[in-house]
Design a protein around this ligand. Sequence first.
Ligand code: ADP
Ligand code: XUL
Length: 536
Amino acid sequence: MAQKRQHPNDSTTAPRYLGLDFSTQQIKAVALDNDLREVYSSAIGFDRDLPEFKTDGGCHKNGDRVTAPTSMWVKAFDMLLEQMKSDGFNFGTLLSVSGSGQQHGSVYWKRGAREVLREGLNAAQTLFDQLNTSFATPNSPIWMDSSTTAECQKLEELLGGAQNVANVTGSRAYERFTGNQIAKIYKESSDVYNNCERISLVSSFGASLLLGDYAPIDYSDGSGMNLMNIRTKEWDQQALDACAPELKERLGPLAPSFHPVGSVSPYFVQRYGFSPDCKVIAFTGDNPASLAGLRLQEGDVSVSLGTSDTLFVWLKEPKPALEGHIFVNPVDAEDYMALLCFKNGSLARERVRANVGIQTWEEFSALLQSTSPGNGGNIGIYFFDTEITPFAIGEHRFDASGKKVDVFERSTEVRALVEGQFMAKRVHAENLGYDIGPTSRVLATGGASKNSAILQVLADVFNAPVYTLETENSASLGAAYQARYGLIYQSHKFQEIGENLPAYQLAAEPNADAAKIYTPLAARYKRLEKSVITSK
Ligand code: ADP
Ligand code: XUL
């Protein structure tokens, strides 16, 4: 886990913006100066710095039930602030703070907790000492939990099917989505539910700590609950009723992701020297915050080529589908974003690399470049692990006539893998309403974005230029950008937050005949992919 502590050099009184990221394995702070340059960062890792909670990867796994101790996050926040203090960080310079959190996870505040947050916090004591008894259950279910299949089925039944749930809430019912998690808690531990006065997401929980009151859930992270109508941006009563009674009052209000929700509570002013005017800007989910950190614009797609591959798509007019998620856009509440997760990313690329008998990415690139775009009509689909988008498994190879074949020649195999992975991304983005336009850009991040041969295929398949951006932590950076944007959104667009932000590097441009090759090939890919899908 990366722990990068820069020395703050912060005797300065120049304005600062703070982004916090409450992620699965750590909590991180990034401070930016007035030009939005990073001047400080620091992190607390749950497993390493808080061994008393005995987490592994920041959570406790019990079969398909996966939770994290809520008060561990509180204690980590105490430690992070203490660490910043001992680094000499000048909290008094902060104009605003925002944050991001792992999506879907939920916190159950016990009856009476609001009073403690609002009135009862003593600046001489830690938050942990004062809040660790404020939760109706000590364990927060997190996004890795997949134990709520029965609740998902019930929600889809009651709302008239999976597509209807997607049309209203942006996604079909997913096990990790918060509504289904709440339904399970209500069903299995009604005392916890009855004893709970407010349910926060991890993001709004972080904001609540700073605010000294319950912070609203923001539209973007609220879109990951199967409970919010993504068009009206209000709770959907039918979905609420399907999950648990009297849920609306437990969820509280919703707010745009970049809105100020108040000023920091006196606790932080007294204990750490925050300015009483320091604003708290709504916190959001880590994926929406990353979209802000990457400064995506209308028409853009970002592709993270990591262990698995992830796609963010900026959408004007979303078409919810049975695969992928539509969230309200975190920097423009009139627009939307899509999130698509592809489990078979770099690990599948590594596997094919080994299967064709080579060790290095240079050899892999050479094989890729020895073949022509379109691969002579050969198409491959490689779902070594059960794929999420779409729900399917297996290796499938088709020749130019559409006939299934068992093997490809080595270089054909490498190109079939890379083209297949990128055509899947294009097809599923288009399914959700994405249209490649003349100004569309593809922004590549993650381990494989270092590979220019792979990026050339990406540019060709999307028929758009591919750019890269050096970012280690787009979520906390995006949260810090949101901290700034929350102060100026009434007179500026998000894209106007700063003038000297890190530049995108052009990495690949599409070949002249890219559209001619990949538009029909992607249509063929789509049909072939349908033929290998196992129904859910
Ligand atoms: P994570 O998703 O865990 O943060 P990264 O974004 O760091 O992962 O990506 C790691 C992956 O990047 C490795 O599994 C490796 O397969 C892949 N990778 C690293 N360098 C290259 C390269 N030059 N070409 C293709 N893939 C690469
Ligand atoms: C998104 C998701 C994860 C979490 C973890 O739907 O479940 O990306 O946000 O950070």
